[in-house]
Design a binder for this molecule. Sequence first.
Ligand code: APR
Length: 235
Amino acid sequence: MQQYRNIVILTGAGISAESGVATFRDNGGLWENHRIEEVATPEAFAADPVLVHNFYNMRRAQLPNVDPNPAHFALAKLEAELDGGCTIVTQNVDNLHERAGSQNVIHMHGELSKLRCNVCLTVHDWETDCFIDTPCPACDQNALRPHIVWFGEMPFFMDEIYGLLRSCDLFISIGTSGNVYPAAGFVSEVMRLGNAHTIEVNLEPSEGASLFTECRHGKAGDLLPDLVDEIIMRD
Ligand code: APR
């Protein structure tokens, strides 16, 4: 491996699986007994906001009961050792990267520990339950929603992310099935420009595995500490 100066790391549900957070597509398409479309679309929230709030309340309440695993800690070590030039773009809405010590984290699908007001658009840090009659602390309207990007909504920070993809020299995709765009297309964007090394780390070959220059298959918690040490030793 060469020295790397601009590393982009895409993470998905698989990196948090060893922490005990359920992935999306490893359980017959069911997610805590709900089809994803029942709880993760704007239409679902409009039709049954009580169900959707309850679903995200449960997931938010789970956060203090799960801990970062060796894969999260390895990425935090990489960022610290490289002293800049390493960004995590995560599809995950948990806070395990931050709790492992990573600081440069972009949550393209939002965050469980935040709510947004549909009226004044203020984003609030939020650790407790939210109900349909919970007032927005900023404008007092009962219009709070999970700060989560649902299917049919535009992911956050896309301009910034594509800028990073265009200038990276190493792209690593970890624990994502490659089913959901735009994240599933990031490796093609990187390869289109042709200069970066690309690595997939996943339990099994993802939908897009053949697009990567290198694949390492197995548990992220087993594979990442060694991969990170290899990258650091090149520095
Ligand atoms: N280590 C590495 N990979 C793992 C592990 C593990 N311990 N456990 C599971 N995986 C892999 C699975 O094999 C699978 O390919 O992680 C991947 C998880 O895929 P998904 O469940 O589809 O999750 P993800 O790709 O993050 O989903 C993308 O879809 O539902 C939406 O918005 C939601 O952000 C999510 C997006």
